[in-house]
Design a protein around this ligand. Structure first.
Ligand code: DGJ
Length: 703
């Protein structure tokens, strides 16, 4: 191989990727790993074994990144390097665009690599430009193809179902293909999630191990493919799921894939999460560096059984707790078919005159009078067959014309691909906000997947449906964000399901699960916190679990805390505790939202979970300790802290205790060096240890 091969070096603070233009102008991935100290050393990584973005129909016999059937029916693609450009997006971000072209066809593929230096993140996506004379068909269109050559590969992935989201599993990959995907249409995950860790050579721990953490920013069908070839090489392909989605791309059009976001580190899963969190706050989540509001939601408290007076009474509960906002959930709309149960009215977004004679305006004013902000639930993409909207526009619904309607939660999905439907959805939100400028928060729900889907609008291009639906949703969101750039909106999909960085550009937080049992939430939130920062993970104190309010509150505090509870049914002591907890949370939330997360003890490894957040200056840390199960005389060792400055001294103080409770933490009130705390740790299971107990420890630098 000649030393004069052209190289493209992509670097972040600690990682690097090298692409090499080899024989026949093909582009190869020569390196992905730690950044070299001397840039001259990159010249030594010249491997041209693995083509960067492999096209189907030519020499390669494994899974392709792209497959194209040209306008003339030819099913092959040869990609040759033409040129590349690198441009600075800001002081921290460089975008490199590599143009590849088929010598026989007027088809270009542009590979985008965006490097975020400080955060050690690389984001990749692809543009496919059809400059041929006719329509081409795309049947694979990866956002990323990455190659690895390790001795062994370990994949950690997250799966579950409604109420059991984000259960972590780890497995060694063997020869063949492992596909993690979804075909849910209106959301990315439920049974399987697009987030993963891939460890090289051996499983990674929190602090050690070479790995990438990656996820696709896409709110629709995804596919993550892991294929080991005959030489033990692993290719990872991430993108929209090609399932039932041969995409017809007309002449002159460009097809842009979603973004695959990943980080490479040699410092274990903890570092990978911190990289993703930093990137998410700076680039991935709307207003990711801004504070969030605490709230009281009424879903679990009342379901749809409420009226104006009851809601105003609930406002008093919000005041007693001391939260910022009251969030009115499902059930406030519909007149011809009032929304008293989940069978009617989606699409008829007018206030139910019986339940709310004064309308939303009255509620906003009442909330305002009590110095509370007001938020509201919407599910704008959906339609109930029993609705005025359905009577008026049966052609606006995704359904197979010659089959029975396939209902889920008694509802259907609107054909958002139709621009008229996009206008309708946009107007629903816009009119609500124009009429009620006091509305300060929206919960955007999406309670079903697509089944038996057919778009009347797409006519003979049905295989574009899944992709165009999600793109249409983003169109609507982009329009809304143009007019309402900072309105906080929670993303929800009948529990967790729309928890992805494609959507989070437009949303400020997400609902992780309808399972709000405190014990279960330790695991669910633990799962999401691997990939998303705490300020995006809505965590509400409810009555679902039977645990003491102290435990449920401590669990909610590890994320973005809120409530969904009948305050009237709480004891005086519980209210007193909760009010103090809200004040405490507001005082410490900066550390939780913007600090670094350290997972100290995993609930998958011990009958307890311990995690902490440390602020960027290492002056303040908050530790959460949950004892999940405890057998008599079981010994749980001391827990070594992380993320502190060894040279600073820290005061240890247990906070968020029930009124009149005394701390049993032996180190409570004492001062230790960061060095000691990270080498010896705290005795978090001293005193009367019992299952389903918890503690929150504030760690403050004294010098
Ligand atoms: C599902 C959500 O996850 C719940 O929080 C609630 O908003 C209901 N939908 C309302 O229908």
């Amino acid at each position: 191989m000649s030393q004069s091969n052209k190289q493209i070096v992509l670097e972040t603070r600690n990682s690097a990727m090298v692409l090499t233009v080899g024989s026949h102008q093909k582009l190869f991935q020569s390196y992905l790993g730690a950044r070299f100290n001397r840039s001259a050393d990159y010249a030594a990584v010249q491997s041209t074994r693995r083509e960067s973005y492999i096209a189907a129909g030519m020499e390669d016999l494994f899974e392709p990144a792209i497959r194209v059937v040209h306008a003339d029916g030819n099913p092959s693609l040869a990609l040759r390097y033409v040129t590349h450009t690198s441009s600075k997006k800001d002081d921290n971000t460089i975008e490199t665009i590599i143009t590849l072209k088929d010598p026989q066809y007027a088809l270009q593929v542009l590979l985008h690599y965006v490097t975020f230096n400080k955060e050690d993140i690389i984001k990749t996506f692809t543009e496919i430009k059809n400059q041929e004379k006719g329509t081409i068909t795309l049947s694979n269109y990866a956002s990323a193809m990455l190659h690895f050559d390790a001795s062994k590969y370990w994949l950690s992935h997250f799966d579950g179902d409604y109420m059991t989201e984000m259960r972590m599993k780890e497995t060694q990959l063997t020869t063949g293909i492992k596909i993690l995907d979804s075909k849910l249409g209106a959301r990315a995950h439920m049974y399987r999630s697009p987030m993963f860790y891939l460890s090289l050579d051996k499983p990674s721990s929190e602090r050690e191990g070479e790995l990438i953490a990656g996820t696709l920013g896409w709110s629709g069908n995804f596919q993550n493919t892991f294929e080991i070839d005959q030489q033990n090489g692993l290719r990872v392909i991430s993108g929209m799921n090609p399932y039932a989605s041969d995409y017809k791309l007309e002449a002159g059009k460009t097809f842009t894939t979603p973004e695959f976001i990943f980080t490479y580190t040699q410092k274990g899963k903890g570092q990978a999460s911190r990289n993703l969190h930093d990137w998410a706050r700076n680039y991935g989540v709307l207003d990711g560096n801004k504070p969030r509001m605490t709230l009281l939601n009424n879903w679990e408290a009342t379901h749809m059984d409420f009226n104006q007076d009851l809601l105003v009474e609930l406002f008093d509960g919000a005041k007693k707790l001391g939260v910022d906002l009251f969030l009115l959930d499902d059930g406030w709309f519909g007149n011809k078919y009032p929304r008293d149960a989940d069978k009617t009215a989606l699409g008829d977004w007018q206030e139910d005159k019986k339940k709310l004679p004064g309308g939303i305006g009255y509620l906003v004013r009442q909330a305002d009078a009590k110095d509370l902000k007001f938020g509201i639930w919407l599910e704008p993409e959906m339609i109930s067959p029993k609705s005025e909207l359905y009577e008026k526009h049966p052609e606006w619904v995704l359904k197979l014309q010659n089959r029975e309607e396939s209902l889920s939660r008694n509802q259907l999905v609107l054909d958002l691909i139709n621009p008229k439907v996009q206008d309708f959805v946009y107007n629903v939100v816009d009119e609500l906000l124009t009429k009620n400028p006091g509305v300060a928060f929206i919960k955007w729900d999406c309670n079903r997947m697509m089944t038996n889907a057919y778009s009347p609008y797409l006519k003979n291009k049905q295989s574009n449906l899944y992709i165009d639906y999600t793109r249409s949703l983003y169109n609507v969101m982009a329009r809304l964000r143009n007019k309402y750039p900072h309105l906080p909106i929670m993303l929800c999909a009948g529990g967790g399901g729309r928890t992805d960085y494609g959507a989070l550009k437009y949303f400020t937080e997400f609902w992780p699960s309808d399972n709000t049992d405190g014990f279960e939430r330790v695991f669910i939130q633990w799962g999401y916190l691997n990939f998303f920062p705490a300020l995006t993970v809505s965590s509400h104190v409810t009555s679902m679990g039977k645990q003491p309010v102290k435990f449920r509150t401590d669990v909610a505090m590890m994320g973005k805390m809120g409530y969904d509870i009948r305050v009237k049914n709480m004891t005086e002591e519980e209210i007193k505790f909760s009010n103090a907890a809200v004040i405490t949370y507001k005082r410490i939330s900066d550390v939780i939202w913007f600090g670094d997360l350290y997972r100290l003890i995993s609930p998958y490894e011990e009958p307890r979970a311990v995690l902490m957040y440390a602020d960027k200056h290492k002056n303040k840390a908050i530790l959460f300790n949950y004892i999940l199960n405890f057998r008599r005389k079981e010994y749980l060792g001391k827990v070594k802290l992380d993320g502190l400055d060894p040279d600073k001294n820290y005061r240890i103080e247990e906070i968020n205790m029930m009124p009149d409770a005394k701390s049993v933490l032996p180190e409570n009130g004492e001062v230790f060096s960061g060095d000691y705390l990270m080498k010896v740790g705290l005795n978090l299971s001293a005193g009367k240890v019992a299952a389903i107990t918890s503690s929150v420890i504030e760690i403050t630098a004294t010098n």
